[in-house]
Each structure stands twice: as C-alpha cells, then as structure tokens.
Design a protein around this ligand. Structure first.
Ligand code: NIG
Ligand code: FE
Length: 414
C-alpha cells in the first residue's frame, strides 16, 4: 500500500451525506485552510487540518509528502451531460443562428442534430473514438475527472451502436471515469418523419435490448421538445429502459414547457436537464422525488437564451448540478470552468454552490456518488489544485482556466 500526504493545501469540498445537496446545503462546504489530504492506493484515507490528519496516522509517516504551496484543492469536476462523441463541427449553423435563425428551425430544415447524424454515418468507429478521446482529454485539462457521454447522432441501430462502442474505446484509453448514455431518441431521423411512434417502437424493441446485451450504456435519455419527442413518447421509452435495468434521464423543458420536469419526477429519473422553461410546480415535484436539476449554462449562453432559474431552484430545495452539454450545435465547450463562471456571474450561484453543482451533485446525477464527487474518506482521490486561494478563483479569473494540476485516483494526470 502506498500513502501520499498532500499538505499545505486550502481544501474545499462538499460533504456527502447520502443525497444530492439542494437548498441551504448546496452552499455548505467543508474548508480546511491549512489542510492535508491523505491518499492510500488512489483512495481518500483522511482529510482535515494537517495536525489532525497526522495524528490519525499515529506517528506512521506516509511514503511521500507533497507540499501544495497553499493552493486551493477541490474535488475533480464531474460533467454529467455531454455529447462529445461527434464527427464534425457546425460553424455554418453557428453563423445562421447569429443571423437570427432559431435553433429548432435549423433542425426542422434538416440541419442541426440531423447534420451531425450525417457526419457520424460517414465516420468510422475508430475516428469517432479518437476525436472523442481528444475532447475528453481537453475536458481533463480543465479539471473534469468524471464525465458522461451520450450517443444520439446515430439514430439507427448500426450508427448508435458504433457511437457507443467508440465511447467505450475512448473510456478505456482515458484516465477519467467515462459513462455512456443511450440517446437514440435525440431527433426524428429523416426516414421516420411523421412516424415518430414507429421510431420509438424500433428503439424499444430492437436497439435498447442490443445496447443492454453488449453492456454499452448505463442510462437512457430522450429529447422531449416540441417538434421532437412528446412526453408520452418519453414515458414509453424510459419505462421500457427502466424495465431493462437502465437508469433514466431526460432533456426536459429546454425551449418549451412540455412537462418534462414532471415526467422526470414521476419516473424518479437521475436528473432532468436544461429546464430553461420548466414550470415551478414541476420543479417542486422533482425536489420531492430526489431528482437532480442538471443545468447547462453554456447552452443558454451559446443560444443567447435566458438562463435557467438556478437561484429559484436552489431556494426551492432542488439540488442543482452543472454540466457543459458539450456538443457541436448548442454548446461547443468542454470546460466545466467556463460553466462554473457563467453559473456564478450570470445565474447568481455562490462559488460554494457552484462547486457543489460541479462536483457532488453531478456525481449524484450520474449515480456515481459512492465513488466520486467529493473528498470523503473511501472515495476516489480525484482532485484539482487551483492557481488561487479559494474556488472563487474559477469565476474571478475570467477567460482562462485556473486548474493547474489534476489528479485521478491519486495519480497526477495533468
Ligand atoms: O442538449 N437539445 C438537444 N441536444 C443537444 C444539442 C445537440 C446538437 O445540437 O447537436 C443539447 O443542447
Ligand atoms: Fe444535451
């Protein structure tokens, strides 16, 4: 067993009490200004004031001691919502949106998600794995030690499975924990136009069982939106997925309030994501059902939309998580640091609330909080050293990343 003591660190971490933290608890952190973190074989063995941690070792010196130079030490970021397995960027569409064409209008004309579907259809599994890994490593340099990646640019059996296998390959080559989500219901493929019920039936009866059989995804997601999939279709697909043992989540109430948040509560989903247009009553239902609100501020920023009402959600007791939503359409951004900055400066989260959102609540949104998301004894030693005194450095030092060193399972990876 090797033990390493990281000392002279200003440690800030949410504390895991067995559920995602909302309300007043979202902003409560454990802080140790002269802190030490003891890592044993990649796992957190102790943390607290330096003297206390040393005493807990009853005089036994660790194998190594590392002086953190009074830098801030926080848990690695958990990004619970990305689409970073894609084949090509969409600059032309970005220009169209800048000129005033709405996001959903571009999709209606066969662009948007559907143009990414064409690019994925032309790409090999190997190419997709390589570009996915490259983007995951960019996220790692910005402090993301655990992330979710969705399929959803395949929209047919072969291409959805190709994406999921590419994600699996990227996961095997990255130091991060990467979990895959099946998002076959991301858009209605051209050949199913006007027959979206048939497409949902295909996913339920043909594709989902194969995804299960090959163990290619942990969760199932759907884009419920006007002109895309209805709440009823979401209920049908996600219930079937639950029947096969998948966890479920959804893209809910992003542009229109269809009641996605209420469906998430009904199904006790891991999370409901976006929620820009969600009704407060349905948010209350989510809070009661223990569903995490995963907010994607970079998407609102990129689409020039008003941000989700994060302040109101937290005040309602709803646990908020932050994610990048990294994708080639509505949010081309791998950086949780940027999402963190937007959350603090434009959504009125405190830096402490944003830290909980970017770490522990994201871990709950992935069902991985038993292993990651906070510096609690027994969890993986996934942590970051920031070039500053407190997590406030992240939004305060704008336009750059204050993440200086990244550790995954106790090993320095950046
Ligand atoms: O979460 N809203 C749907 N899906 C993605 C966008 C995907 C794309 O435009 O390629 C999102 O914003
Ligand atoms: Fe998304």
């Amino acid at each position: 067993m090797t033990t390493t003591l990281y000392k002279k660190a200003r440690i800030y971490t949410p504390v895991d009490e067995g559920r995602a933290r909302g309300g007043k608890k979202q902003g409560q952190l454990a802080c140790f200004p002269d802190g030490a973190l003891l890592v044993e074989d990649g796992t957190v063995a102790a943390l607290g004031p330096y003297e206390t941690v040393l005493r807990a070792r009853s005089g036994q010196p660790p194998d190594a001691e590392i002086d953190c130079g009074n830098k801030c030490l926080v848990p690695g970021f958990v990004d619970p919502h990305t689409h970073l397995c894609f084949a090509a960027t969409r600059e032309a569409e970005f220009d169209l949106r800048l000129a005033g064409t709405p996001y959903l209008e571009i999709l209606k004309r066969g662009g948007g998600i559907l143009s990414s579907v064409q690019a994925v259809a032309r790409a090999s599994e190997q190419f997709l794995a390589d570009v996915t890994l490259e983007r995951a490593l960019t996220a790692l340099r910005h402090g993301t030690t655990t992330l979710e990646i969705k399929s959803g640019y395949g929209l047919d059996q072969d291409n959805e499975l190709k994406m999921l296998r590419a994600i699996r390959q990227a996961a095997a080559r990255s130091p991060q924990d990467i979990v895959a989500t099946f998002l076959g219901a991301h858009a209605i493929p051209e050949v199913y136009r006007g027959r979206s019920d048939d497409f949902i039936a295909l996913l339920i009866h043909e594709v989902l069982p194969l995804v299960k059989e090959e163990g290619l995804a942990d969760a199932c997601d759907i884009f419920c939106e006007e002109g895309v999939f209805s709440i009823e279709q979401g209920r049908r697909l996600l219930r079937a997925a639950q029947g096969l043992g998948f966890r479920v989540k959804l893209h809910a109430d992003e542009v229109h309030d269809l009641g996605g948040a209420a469906l998430a509560a009904e199904l006790r989903a891991l999370s409901a994501d976006h929620l820009l247009a969600a009704h407060p009553d349905n948010l209350q239902r989510m809070a009661a059902a223990g569903v995490v609100a995963t907010l994607l501020p970079v998407t609102a920023y990129s689409l020039k939309k008003p941000f989700a009402k994060a302040r109101q959600m937290i005040n309602q007791g709803l646990p908020v998580a932050l994610a990048t939503d990294c994708n080639p359409g509505s949010s081309y951004c791998e950086s949780m640091v940027f999402a963190f900055g937007l959350a603090v400066l434009l959504m009125d989260l405190t830096p402490a609330e944003a830290l909980t959102a970017a770490t522990l609540n994201g871990a709950y949104a992935l069902g991985l909080a038993d292993r990651v998301g906070s510096l609690d004894v027994g969890k993986q030693a996934d942590f970051l050293l920031l070039d500053g005194e407190s997590p406030s450095i992240l939004p305060y030092h704008a336009g750059v990343s204050s993440v200086q060193e990244v550790y995954k399972k106790g090993r320095r990876v950046v």
